[in-house]
Design a protein around this ligand. Structure first.
Ligand code: MG
Length: 415
């Protein structure tokens, strides 16, 4: 076997349309996701695939800038790459965690392709064939072209949850929230939980609540079949105060996203379930390491979704395949997308689960026509501000938020 050496790194920004714009506590996804597709070329002819959230010239330039670090690097040498790019003192002030994650995905893809084995075999071997997912429900603006897809009322939310359950088989349901007044959302969430019962539910207002509001809301849902209550407020100290006052496990993808914070959470518990994100933690391997720490201290884990296309979804599937303690269903925005950039189109859900790819490496291939199509769409539409909502011009949230969207507001939105 000839050991490969990296010869080039390419980054392409793409935009893939969503069914409808997704609302959240800080703004909205404006009817599309923007992602950076990364290709790492080697002298053996193999190309590894990576993906990162966001994009544009600055993201592409950031990857180009790392070529001087990595041309000539052996993709098998993952630990060396970690220290080349994200040494905790040398790169203290130039946060390259997410760039590293995309490059790590690509190198693991190359390792698997070189050896002719799936990524999960490089990462410890799979303990499950499929990864179960939760539905990921959002309040949504209508699609500006079709006028369809609005989710604002309990009836609209329940209709979507039941439709997704019928089509994909979900048995856990997550509501991204923190958009409308808490009492309104409490009624909507309780109606959802009743409609999908006995399926489990999870509520995630993206840390929009004060500690007191988080406690009040939490006490209003304690009787439901909650997987957990996700990031009701911000900060380890706020979460710790909420946890002390509730009988629901708390989960986070915001206050424990690195090993320093994980250690702090073990010394002074604030959160019960750590949502591992292959991008935010800096790669698949750091998520596996974190899962090992959580296994030791018997903290729960789940797989977090940051708006992935098929390449990153594959990383989530390989992570889910190899961590024994994955007792909660994974999250994925994936079903909100209208298309994907991988050969064969979107991966199918069967019985609420997606099969872990068995091909070499990550087990997905780039559809170059789709890559070109959605790169062109990015060039024509440009980026969008995740923390702004065109439906609420001039609005920005305080922490805790005190200015909620009006649930009666049905004005059409251009975004
Ligand atoms: Mg979250």
């Amino acid at each position: 076997m000839k050991r490969p050496k990296i010869t080039d790194i390419r980054a392409t920004t793409v935009t893939v349309p969503l069914e409808a714009p997704l609302r959240h506590s800080n703004g909205a996804h404006w009817g599309r996701f923007v992602r950076t597709v990364v290709e790492v070329e080697t002298d053996t002819g193999l190309i590894g695939l990576g993906e990162m959230g966001g994009g544009g010239e600055s993201a592409e330039a950031s990857f180009r800038a790392l070529k001087s670090y990595l041309v000539g690097h052996d993709p098998f040498e993952l630990e060396a790459m970690r220290f080349k790019i994200t040494n905790p003192t040398a790169s203290l002030y130039n946060n390259r965690t997410q760039l590293h994650a995309a490059l790590e995905f690509a190198c693991i893809d190359i390792i698997g392709k070189t050896l002719g084995v799936p990524a999960y075999d490089v990462l410890g071997g799979k303990v499950r064939e499929t990864v179960p997912f939760a539905s990921y429900l959002f309040f949504r603006h209508p699609n500006q072209d079709t006028g369809e897809g609005e989710i604002r009322t309990a009836d609209q939310l329940i209709a979507q949850a039941l439709d997704l359950k019928t089509r994909y088989g979900f048995m856990a349901h997550k509501l991204k929230s923190g958009v409308f007044p808490p009492d309104y959302e409490l009624d909507v969430f309780r109606a959802l939980a009743k409609a999908v019962g006995p399926d489990s539910v999870r509520y995630d207002p993206n840390a929009a609540f004060s500690v007191e509001q988080a406690l009040r809301f939490g006490r209003g849902i304690e009787d439901l079949n909650n997987d957990y209550y996700e990031d009701p407020t911000w900060g380890l100290n706020g979460m710790r105060r909420v946890r002390e006052g509730l009988r629901i496990p708390l989960a986070t993808n915001t206050v424990v996203i690195n090993f320093e914070q994980l250690a702090a959470n073990i010394l002074q518990p604030a959160v019960d379930v750590i949502l591992l994100d292959t991008t935010f933690w800096g790669g698949i391997r750091s998520c596996i390491k974190a899962a090992g720490v959580c296994e030791t201290f018997q903290l729960g884990i789940a797989v977090h979704s940051s708006g992935e296309l098929g390449i990153q979804l594959a990383t989530m599937l390989h992570l889910g395949a190899v961590v024994p303690n994955l007792a909660f269903n994974a999250d994925a925005h994936y079903h909100q997308l209208t298309d994907d950039i991988i050969v064969g189109g979107k991966m199918p859900y069967v019985g609420g689960s997606i099969r872990v790819p068995d091909g070499p490496g990550l087990g997905v291939e780039l559809d170059r026509d789709k890559l070109g199509q959605y790169a062109e769409l990015y060039r024509s539409l440009g980026g969008y501000a995740y923390d702004r909502d065109p439906a609420r011009p001039g609005w920005f949230p305080l922490l805790p938020n005190q200015d909620w969207a009006d649930p009666q507001d049905t004005r059409p939105v251009r975004y």
